[in-house]
Design a protein around this ligand. Structure first.
Ligand SMILES: NC(=O)c1ccc[n+]([C@@H]2O[C@H](COP(=O)([O-])OP(=O)(O)OC[C@H]3O[C@@H](n4cnc5c(N)ncnc54)[C@H](OP(=O)(O)O)[C@@H]3O)[C@@H](O)[C@H]2O)c1
Length: 218
């Protein structure tokens, strides 16, 4: 790996959490993983599904360089916010009413990550990794410069957090593309062309600009 290894914490050991954790281990990062339950409950799962990662109690995720939040969106109010206070947090979550149930706060037209950022308080929220299928994360990974390399959009109101997360995305095998502030995350939520497709960096940039113009005119 060309960049310095990071300490990556993952909250949520389901489909997305374990896929991101596996890819992060592969990239050479030090990975811890937790759920709402004690570490002992996911130790075996971690050993089998994410070899190289360490199952921990959720409070022990604190101090990581980045914490990846991979919990179903309808469970967000059950998240222990003290774990994420002041931390750089990747919000991977999506709203899909048929699965999450109808949730008023996600029907307003703002980015779901703005709602999450407000709920989490001082967490330094970065939106990315929501628009790639968990099963594609390993398959679509390519080294920098590869013509088939896929891009992932990255949005945040915190410039330093976005820079750190962009380096992480690069290490996972994807071109990070700056999407602007968290509000611009709407451009790559459920139902958008970015959400539903694989795009290289140039096309991603064009799609983000197009969507920015549409949102500005709305
Ligand atoms: N499907 C995809 O390809 C894809 C891609 C990108 C993003 N996403 C989004 O990623 C999110 C996660 O989806 P998923 O499919 O990975 O979910 P999942 O398989 O149902 O796993 C959820 C995990 O979160 C944990 N969890 C639930 N509530 C928690 C809490 N309050 N604190 C800590 N951990 C908690 C669960 O463990 P416990 O209940 O034992 O705590 C479980 O390990 C969703 O919002 C989804 O839309 C999905």
């Amino acid at each position: 790996m060309s960049q310095t290894p990071l300490r990556i914490g993952v909250l949520g050991a389901g489909r997305v959490g374990t896929a991101v954790a596996r890819q992060a281990v592969r990239a050479g990062h030090a990975v811890t993983i937790a759920t709402s339950k004690p570490a002992a409950d996911i130790r075996l799962l971690t050993e089998v599904i994410v070899p190289g990662a360490t199952a921990v109690d959720r409070q022990d995720l604190r101090g990581a360089d980045i914490i990846v939040l991979a919990v179903p969106l309808h469970r967000y109010r059950s998240i222990d916010t003290s774990v994420l206070r002041d931390q750089v947090v990747i919000d991977t979550m999506n709203y899909w009413a048929p699965v999450d149930g109808f949730m008023d706060e996600f029907e307003t037209g703002t980015s779901t990550s703005e709602v999450i950022a407000e709920f989490l308080g001082t967490a330094r929220v970065v939106k990315t990794l929501n628009h790639i299928g968990y099963g594609d994360l390993e398959l679509d990974s390519h080294p920098a410069g590869d013509p088939h390399r896929r891009a992932l959009a990255v949005a945040s109101d915190d410039t330093e957090a976005k820079r750190r997360v962009s380096g992480f995305i690069d290490s996972l095998g994807y071109d990070p593309v700056d999407a602007g502030p968290l509000a611009a995350g709407r451009a790559f939520e459920n139902g958008t062309e970015i959400f539903n497709g694989r795009h290289g960096a140039e096309r991603m940039q064009d799609l983000l600009s197009e969507c920015g113009r549409v949102l500005a005119d709305a």
